[in-house]
Write a protein that binds this ligand. Sequence first.
Ligand code: AMP
Length: 286
Amino acid sequence: MKLITSFDEMRDAVKEHRRAGDSIGLVPTMGFFHAGHVSLMESADHENDMVVVSIFVNPTQFGPGEDFEDYPRNLDRDMEMAEQAGADYIFHPAVEDMYPRPYLTYISVEDITEGLCGAKRRGHFTGVATVVAKLFNIIPADRAYFGLKDAQQVRVIEKMVEDLNFNIEIAKCPTIRESDGLALSSRNMYLNGEERSAAAILYRSLQAAGEMISRGERDASAIIAGINKLLDSEELIEPEYVEVVDYRLLHPLEELRGEVLIALAARVGKARLIDNLLINLAQSPD
Ligand code: AMP
């Protein structure tokens, strides 16, 4: 596995593999790997001849007062894990190279960035879409791998690819969880012992919502109330939003139908955690 920081070197490596007829998989990340990242890399490794994993803590997707400076970083450990997971290249560009001054060009995906995390993190998805578009231009891969833990992010990238005619397939990968259900996240390291135990309620509340739906509940407000009741039972959890939306449009639903995304965000100590449940009711008889 090779570490590359220069754009020219990265482009040359991709060109060489293209010439050899290799298919290329890209896994964009901010590093500090856990089993969620590893699952994306393993999928990319199974489905492509060559895999590039990018590691870039992207300043433009952090708002003022967010954790850009504190975001955990460990390149040596990440390189070991990526190599184990089948990566062929790590692309790790410098901030000054990604955003030469003055940096003036951004990609703004409208409407689907207004709600959920976009409502609280203004400009976040513009930063995400911009950095991902840049990565797609530097590394013109056949497939790019994203985790459904960040479901709104996946929709934003899918829409950008559709609207701007990027010739790349977006592969959506399932959320990898701890044994108590907590979704793996680089930000879980901000939690102390008590907060870590309390955080398990996030997924438990989503599971309870799933059970309500299995029993036939289709009223979004009843689902939201059920989740909030469980979240309120944990003092250390400070919910930010709980929403039931249509997965494609990310618009709130009153009645559950089609592909439904139940998404939540909460503060737990210093961490802001998100999780969701994606349920397809399209095939249900009603
Ligand atoms: P990040 O480094 O947090 O920007 O994440 C890089 C990629 O890994 C994104 O596509 C995330 O959605 C994905 N990811 C993060 N956590 C998980 C998880 N627990 N399970 C699956 N994918 C994940």
